[in-house]
Design a protein around this ligand. Structure first.
Ligand code: HEM
Length: 443
């Protein structure tokens, strides 16, 4: 057994303040110095940062039974209840088995047409040479897509109804995750009140959808699958609370991440005119005047390479963490019950050890979502193992069809007086203070 090297700290908070100040810098610095595994403390919590792909694979795949989701996800339970992202063990497996068929590669194809049509409709209101808050646009668009494909719901004014409340929740949840002392939610502090109100607003929307779904035969969507499901033993259906938790989970997990992936992609395109030219050429050649559809996916190769590469540099789910449920050995190291392991795709994706010119945007390095010669679990934007992102095929298809449809009609430039674009590592990795772009009609 090898000893895990640890960072010393005399502060009662350990390294929490350094992490809070700039998480990406804190973790990148550790990678430069340690390369395999390193420990530190957030107050009383012992954390191990895994920097070797084999260790990451053990935690996510072969030893996954010894780990549960850790603190950030526990915090997210306030919002998500016992949905797929936050539940554990047998209950999680049961729900996953139920939901999985709606997300197979074959099944998600059936959503392609809706994705493109919603995007086309979404951009009809855009002008020529118009300044837009593109990061907000991407959130609204992906929210509309998830609402329509999963719940057959037309999400007009998605930002007003759901998006802005999710923003409030994500910001407060991030603060709570990073603080040592938190007020119990029952205490009516201004922050707790905002959180409870925001959750209530989204709950109202979700319970309304559930209530209005009386005719189960008409919609072939996820909500129908959930409502039809029966417990193998008791033959009981899901309670409204459970339906709400799964719906809330899909709403949140299914739009914010893809929106960020698209925003980062548009940003990178705006910074690399030579790559943008190749993208426009491909989209014009493959689509011509027709709409992007599932068949065009096989020819939108550069478009997909751009998405994989954008998610390498800016992985929307930039940090995955787990808590050990028992003493467990990973590699040659002992992790004790109750300790946390962290795995950061942001750090691994920028490793010079595995990627040539790691900080540069080079979409061509990807072939079928992989970079030749790079071992498994160096690039893991969707996590891995039994808890790998259930929406991975959905997300790749959505991002490809949306990006192709956007650049078929528009080009994207940052506004000239834009603030310095920086990554903001909240629960997902967002462009800090948004992304303002000039959209110009291409034809
Ligand atoms: C680019 C877009 C996306 C990225 C980068 C992404 C990333 C991830 C990652 C890394 C995980 C694993 C978290 C962990 O192990 O702790 C995850 C889980 C999950 N994702 Fe995604 N996701 C994306 C899109 C989606 C979409 C479109 C949906 C649904 C429509 C979705 C639904 C989920 C769910 C339900 C889980 C929990 C799965 C489980 O624990 O069984 N995601 N996602």
């Amino acid at each position: 057994m090898l000893e895990i090297k640890g960072l010393a700290s005399i502060s009662p908070l350990g390294h929490l303040n350094e992490f809070r100040k700039d998480p990406l810098l804190f973790l990148s610095d550790l990678y430069q110095q340690y390369e395999t595994i390193v420990s530190f403390r957030f107050a009383h919590r012992k954390i191990h940062l895994l920097l070797e792909p084999d260790l990451i694979k053990e935690v996510l795949v072969s030893k996954q039974n010894s780990f549960h989701k850790s603190k950030p996800f526990q915090e997210m339970k306030t919002l998500l209840g016992e949905g797929l992202l936050t539940s554990e063990d047998d209950f999680h497996m049961k729900q996953r088995r139920l939901i999985q068929p709606s997300f197979t590669k074959q099944h998600v194809q059936t959503y392609a047409e809706k994705m493109t049509m919603i995007t086309e409709e979404f951009i009809t209101s855009w002008g020529d040479d118009e300044e837009r808050l593109t990061s907000r646009d991407m959130m609204e668009l992906t929210l509309a897509i998830i609402a329509k494909t999963m719940f057959s719901m037309d999400m007009k004014q998605g930002h007003e109804k759901v998006g802005k409340h999710l923003d409030v929740i994500m910001n407060i949840a991030t603060k709570r995750i990073r603080s040592v002392l938190k007020s119990p939610l029952a205490l009516k502090t201004p922050q707790n009140k905002s959180l409870t109100e925001a959750i209530k607003k989204i709950d109202d929307v979700l319970y309304e959808i559930i209530k209005n779904r009386s005719n189960l035969d008409t919609q072939n969507d996820l909500l129908e699958v959930l409502m039809r499901a029966r417990d193998e033993e008791s033959n009981e259906g899901m309670s409204n609370q459970q339906l709400r938790d799964e719906a809330m989970t899909i709403f949140l997990a299914g739009h914010e991440t893809t929106a960020n992936a698209l925003s980062w992609c548009l940003y990178l395109i705006s910074q690399h005119p030579d790559k943008a030219k190749l993208l426009y050429e491909e989209v014009d050649r493959v689509l011509g005047k027709k709409r992007a559809d599932y068949d065009s996916m096989k020819d939108l190769i550069y478009t997909q390479q751009m998405i994989w590469e954008s998610m390498r540099l800016y992985p929307p789910a930039w940090l995955i963490s787990r808590k050990a449920m028992n003493d467990v050995t990973i590699g040659q190291y002992k992790v004790h019950k109750g300790e946390t392991v962290m795995m950061s795709s942001y750090i691994m994706h920028r490793s010079e050890k595995y990627f040539t010119n790691a900080d540069e945007f080079i979409p061509e390095r990807f072939q079928n979502g992989k970079v030749q010669g790079v071992p498994e679990f160096v690039y893991f934007p969707f996590g891995g193992g039994p808890r790998v992102c259930i929406g991975n095929h959905f997300a790749i298809m959505e991002a490809t069809l949306v990006l192709a449809t956007l650049v078929k009609h528009y080009s994207f430039e940052l506004v000239s007086n834009h603030h310095k674009v920086e990554a903001e590592p909240l629960i997902t990795l967002r462009p800090k203070n948004g992304l303002r772009m000039i959209v110009k009609k291409r034809k």
